[in-house]
Design a protein around this ligand. Sequence first.
Ligand code: ARG
Length: 458
Amino acid sequence: MKLWAGRFKKEIDKKTNDFNSSIAFDQRMYKQDINGSIAHAKMLGKQGIISADESRLIAEELNNILNEIESGKLAIDPDTEDIHTFIESELTKRIQDTGKKLHTARSRNDQVVLDLRLYLIEEIDILQDQIKELIEVLLNKAEKYSQSVMPGYTHLQRAQPVTFGHHLMAYVEMLLRDLDRLNDCRKRTNISPLGAGALAGTTYDLNRQYVAEILGMDGVTHNSLDSVSDRDFAIELVSVLSILMVHLSRFSEEIILWCSFEFRFIELDDAFSTGSSIMPQKKNPDIAELVRGKSGRVFGDLMTLLTVMKGLPLAYNKDMQEDKEAVFDALDTVKMCLTAFTPMLDTMKVNTQNMRNAAAGGFINATDCADYLVSKGLPFRDAYKATGELVARCIELNKTLETLDISEYKSVCDLFDEDVYEFISLERCVNQRRVYGGTSPECVKAQIERVRKIISNM
Ligand code: ARG
């Protein structure tokens, strides 16, 4: 029996019922639906809209329903239209006329958006914990490898030496901003729309603030039409998740490169790698590839939400039922990615010698060689040109700046002396980059300390 049975002469067509129904995916909000209803019933009682006894009975029975769903004693009926309908009809089955009073001064339109907000808040909290866990792993690794020299790249060409710790801390900074964006998004989500009714508010003397307080929400929405029409809190969350996935995907791309035989900077643990069905030598970074691939899903979910919402007139439209699958899929995907990604990183082996060898192979210290001449008084542009000539000479002779004879140096510029070798040593190149945010081990340690403080104050 439908909620609207009074107005209709026929039951809904069976297949159309399935099409119209959202129970398959909104049943995961049963707890939020029940808690929202308990808060509503308490408020109705407090305001004298229903009696104190009725309010108590409704709250008590809703709690029983919650416990029974959680223990598996009560199964959610897949033939009901949505989770709101299921809970209300279950309540009415149990306490008859009193149950029928629960929906006084409420619509599913304000109910569904409350449920979704409550659900997303819990998910944001879980996600933030997962991101913090990843940050912890990265901080420990960054500390361990704060002295390990590797090539830093631009255009994927060896550019200047950095430390592996510094490189990892770059991702920590991105993740910190993701945490911050989630905080922001949480603030705008944790607001109660209940009391907006179907769209126009209600004639009953509600205490909306009291409902928000019971639910631990930070306030109430200010316009009833907006309250039931707004899904931008969900769009915002999936935007934040998309940005997070960009970060995880870039990181994954690097992991994949670093695992390749050409780089061999890291080796993933067997527990986080896969083999090939035909090539016995293969060890594949599938987890990182999947994270990179799944970013596409999350961006797709964002596009779904934006497209569903973009042409809708105010206020509620059934199109908005489509919001949930997209936002749930994005959340499930990101949580799954983090669940695999964090231990994969935690257990990876780092080949610092290969990193150092790669850094020593090119002309990664050419900038420092030019800086040497600047320290001897040559203007930077001239120093740059002289170093360019040196590099060309090295290529001709199949040498590096470290192995090129001092006579070659002197033939290019007589300001060069034996101390140039010490000046352009990779360790010195790294240690000298002491500017705030730089790659020197002491700067990296300061970055780590800063983040540790921020995380412990969260
Ligand atoms: N299942 C619906 C949704 O997810 C609940 C709200 C339905 N309201 C309505 N008037 N049809 O959006």
